[in-house]
Design a binder for this molecule. Structure first.
Ligand SMILES: Nc1ncnc2c1ncn2[C@@H]1O[C@H](COP(=O)(O)OP(=O)(O)OP(=O)(O)O)[C@@H](O)[C@H]1O
Length: 350
């Protein structure tokens, strides 16, 4: 069996700035056709990694290989990469056509070929017929589509996207996510996408790289990142989570005298993490029998959030948030007693 070589390989990449901030050791392989997202809070080093891949920043140490070749000595304009930025970076005095054709003209591509390629790229980003418009005549979303089309025309081995949808309104951001996924499916392009928006990362990525303070915390599929956060940082950063303090007891964790099975064997003080969707109301006496580890709880607040509601309930272990269907929320009120149980608990040291 031959292992396919990664399209992009980042090896022991390090770039530490004078302030001591930066990237302190990143290893990442991206396969051909994969969309990998670098996700993390502001300042964790996502853009630094992306800029190094694009050639805009030199690493202190480490290597970056594209299709098996080190690109460290290759200047940005000669790298087989293209970058899309948050600010679209279109030339305002040039038509859409000229903005798109520019990169091909300097490569001496024939006129008819440029026309055909521009036309194809504009169809891909759903902007056919806009060749003669000036960027200023387009909306923010349309300008970003042009910027994506311009990057596609360069036929990069790796497309780099740095928070490309952050300047757009929420509804447009959702549309652009779907479109990017469709473009990826139809072109088979390899993409590295940077965002600090976890929902965006969860929805578009094949794999997510969660970064924190210049290091990688976890690399996994969105599903696994959500269901099995490997560290307390990832558990805090991704999705909603309740945190209660407990004690490790072999393969279970003790929270205020109730025991829950956990995947890791931990001893001493632990932080127990429970997703709101894994908290349930124990509705009947039979269920109380079935779930011995029930917490008496008192409803503090009910917030209707469309088709479901978020309930905050006070327990002796602390406040716990849970999601309930809207109809169930209608019969809950402040001060009401509701026994609750936990379907799944994850424990972290400390
Ligand atoms: N040219 C530079 N000189 C000095 N420090 C820098 C430079 N570029 C980045 N940094 C610092 O390195 C750290 C990582 O920055 P980077 O831009 O990669 O983070 P990020 O995760 O992309 O953040 P954001 O989401 O805010 O863009 C930050 O603390 C930043 O202040």
């Amino acid at each position: 069996m031959t292992l396919q070589q990664p399209q992009l390989s980042i090896k022991n990449f390090q770039k530490v700035f004078k302030t001591g901030d930066g990237v302190k050791g990143v290893n990442l392989d991206v396969s051909k056709g994969e969309l990998v997202t670098l996700l993390g809070p502001s300042g964790c080093g996502k853009t630094t990694v992306l800029r190094a891949v694009g050639g805009f920043l030199e690493p202190d140490s480490g290597d970056i290989l594209i299709e098996g070749q080190s690109v460290l000595k290759v200047p940005p304009e000669k790298r087989p990469t293209a970058m899309v930025f948050q600010s679209y970076n279109l030339w305002p005095h040039m038509t859409v056509f000229d903005n798109l054709a520019f990169g091909l003209k300097i490569r001496n591509v024939k006129k008819e070929e440029i026309r055909a390629a521009v036309d194809k790229a504009l169809h891909l980003v759903r902007l056919p017929g806009t060749e003669n418009k000036m960027p200023g005549q387009l909306s923010g979303g349309q300008q970003q589509r042009v910027a994506v089309a311009r990057a596609l025309l360069l036929e990069p081995a790796v497309l780099l996207l740095d928070e490309p949808f952050s300047a757009l309104d929420a509804k447009l951001r959702l549309e652009m996510r779907e479109e990017l996924r469709e473009i990826q499916a139809s072109t088979g392009l390899t993409m590295v996408f940077v965002t600090h928006d976890q929902e965006e990362a969860l929805s578009i990525s094949d794999r997510i790289v969660v970064m924190n303070a210049g290091r990688i915390e976890q690399i996994d599929t969105p599903q696994r990142i959500y269901d099995h956060p490997e560290s307390l940082f990832v558990a805090q950063f991704i999705g909603r989570m309740n945190f209660l303090s407990g004690h490790g007891a072999g393969a279970s964790v003790d929270i205020q005298g109730r025991r829950f099975p956990v995947e890791r064997n931990l001893a001493g003080t632990v932080t127990a993490a429970i997703r709101p969707e894994d908290v349930f109301i124990v509705e009947t006496a039979d269920q109380v029998q079935e779930h011995r580890d029930v917490f008496p709880a008192t409803v503090r607040q009910v917030m209707i959030l469309g088709h479901y509601a978020e309930v905050t309930a006070d327990t002796e272990a602390g406040p716990v948030k849970l999601f309930v269907p809207r109809e169930r929320a209608a019969s809950l009120h402040h001060g009401q007693s509701i026994p609750i149980g936990f379907a799944r608990v994850t424990a972290y040291a400390g």
